[in-house]
Design a protein around this ligand. Structure first.
Ligand SMILES: Nc1ncnc2c1ncn2[C@@H]1O[C@H](COP(=O)(O)OP(=O)(O)OP(=O)(O)O)[C@@H](O)[C@H]1O
Ligand SMILES: [Mg+2]
Length: 172
């Protein structure tokens, strides 16, 4: 079983999965990409890499957890999707020192469910975790529960679309 832990940048994937017991064999994809230069180019304007998905597929183990905002694009069996309210996500991204444009792009992506839609296109079972008011260790616990119990899909309960009105006036 290979499980993707995905979600918009800043939702807390790396923080939560770093606390998982060793036996879960977590691959942190951002780290893997940087260490092995698994990108085709760097998009300087957007301060991000264009990652080489095929090369990443070759480098990840067949079993275990793959963690990163494109992990759902690998050959995986299930998806755990971390969500975060746009206002809290903005704070988390500021903590990460993302530039203003990257913050905007990611807050917008979270607001309009970009990763959820991508994840749904895989046809795999998805479990969403609403992390806004959870401590990292609580997110870790929920991830562990999903891995162990493999519950049925739970999507569609999280809806940030109202936030578009708020953001439109000021920041978008
Ligand atoms: N549950 C949480 N509550 C509050 N802050 C959090 C939580 N989880 C993570 N953070 C903070 O939010 C920021 C983003 O977390 P993290 O780097 O783990 O996100 P990520 O999903 O791995 O992002 P990326 O896709 O860019 O790697 C960090 O500063 C982290 O300390
Ligand atoms: Mg990360």
């Amino acid at each position: 079983m290979k499980i993707a832990i995905t979600g918009t940048p800043g939702t807390g994937k790396t923080t939560a999965t770093k606390k998982l017991p060793k036996k879960y064999n977590v691959t942190h994809l951002n780290q893997l990409v940087e260490e092995n230069k698994l990108y085709t180019e760097k998009d300087r304007d957007r301060d991000s890499y264009i990652v080489d998905i095929e090369a990443i597929k070759q480098k990840t183990p067949d079993k275990g957890i793959v963690e990163g905002h494109f992990s759902h694009q690998l050959d995986i069996d299930r998806i755990i999707l971390l969500r975060c309210h746009p206002t809290e996500l903005r704070k988390r991204l500021k903590n990460k020192d993302f530039n203003q444009q990257k913050i905007q792009e990611n807050v917008m992506a979270e607001t309009v469910d970009v990763i959820l839609l991508e994840a749904m296109q895989t046809g795999k079972t998805i479990n969403e975790i609403e992390t806004t008011n959870l401590k990292p260790k609580e997110v870790t616990k929920k991830i562990q529960e999903i891995i162990e119990k493999q519950p049925k899909q739970n999507t569609g309960n999280i809806d940030w679309i109202e936030q578009l009105n708020e953001q439109n006036d000021t920041q978008l």
